[in-house]
Design a protein around this ligand. Structure first.
Ligand SMILES: C[S@@+](CC[C@H](N)C(=O)[O-])C[C@H]1O[C@@H](n2cnc3c(N)ncnc32)[C@H](O)[C@@H]1O
Length: 277
């Protein structure tokens, strides 16, 4: 697991404060844990004193409040009514289907095999990474990369300490190597054919569906588009496959040497395979 350090730039552009949920105020143990959580997120710990999140935004220059409860959540000044937290959501249903022997569409598109090393270059809330971890099994590796510091931190917390999930989910999560960084930069430093597959799921400008879990992520996420150079690097690094989640009409399907896994769905997995003409 890589260490995460915040850059000076990051600190200046996004002041963060951390508080306890109101119901936990006055509990010395919870407060001690909350101070540790604040440090983990690079946030300044504040006494809550019964203040609402709106009051905290009004009284501080913070852009983000970290609610340092048993499982932390992030609230952004732009949308104080929403909280970003880890929850397996739909990926739990996908995992259960996979366990019943119905192959997951992403795992099929990538051609994941037990023992594979897969780089999830845009891991977000680790929904797909959870399926990848199940697909590669204990002998494989999933390296998950997230460029937004706070989202990366939230997911690092999730893979280590989330309790409110089934044990098998926790076990898959614990095996994921969760990195903070720009995947383009990370790929540029990896050797040729050093992983089996690379997967990209960049943010869509217009989401496919409004999901309660993904909506708060939109505020925190990096909305950068995938460039040709990064794609070329992914093809250099992948022994077998590079897969990009995209809309069916996306220009990348005609611009890049990829084939969609489906032509009659709301989105496609655009697949590049080494050696395919
Ligand atoms: C659509 S979400 C991924 C959702 C994820 N597949 C899941 O199942 O939860 C895209 C994520 O990639 C991150 N991201 C965008 N560009 C990135 C980059 N260059 N390097 C690493 N992460 C990036 C965004 O911040 C966002 O969290």
């Amino acid at each position: 697991m890589s260490d995460i350090r915040r850059s000076r730039e990051d600190k200046q552009s996004a002041p963060i404060v951390s508080v306890l949920p109101i119901r936990q105020e006055g509990n010395a143990d919870k407060e001690r844990c909350a101070r540790q959580t604040a440090a983990f997120f690079g946030a300044t710990y504040l006494e809550r004193r019964g203040r609402s999140v709106e009051e905290l935004f009004a009284k501080t220059s913070a852009n983000v409040v970290v609610l340092a409860g048993d499982e932390p959540s992030l609230i952004h000044r732009q949308a104080p009514e929403m909280a970003l937290r880890y929850h397996p959501g739909m990926s739990l249903l996908r995992l259960r289907e996979h366990q019943r022997g119905r192959q997951d569409r992403l795992l099929r598109a990538i051609g994941v095999r037990p023992g594979d090393v897969v780089l999830d270059a845009t891991c977000g809330l680790l929904g797909d990474a959870l399926l990848l971890a199940a697909g590669v099994g204990q002998s494989g590796r999933v390296i998950a990369v997230e460029s937004t510091f706070l989202v990366a931190r939230l997911m690092q917390y999730a893979v280590r300490w989330t309790r409110s999930i089934p044990p098998d989910v926790a076990e898959h999560l614990a095996g994921i190597e969760m990195l903070w960084g720009d995947s383009g930069r990370i790929l540029s430093k990896l050797g040729d054919a050093s992983v089996d597959a690379v997967y990209f799921d960049p943010m869509f400008h217009h989401p496919l569906e409004r999901s309660a879990a993904m909506e708060p992520l939109r505020i925190f996420a990096n909305h950068q588009v995938l460039t040709r150079d990064v794609f070329a690097d992914a093809c250099r690094v992948a022994r077998r496959t590079v897969v990009i989640k995209c809309r069916l009409g996306d220009k990348l399907l005609s611009d890049l040497p990829v084939l969609p896994d489906k032509t009659n769905a709301s989105f496609a997995f655009a697949v590049w395979q080494r050696g395919r003409p």
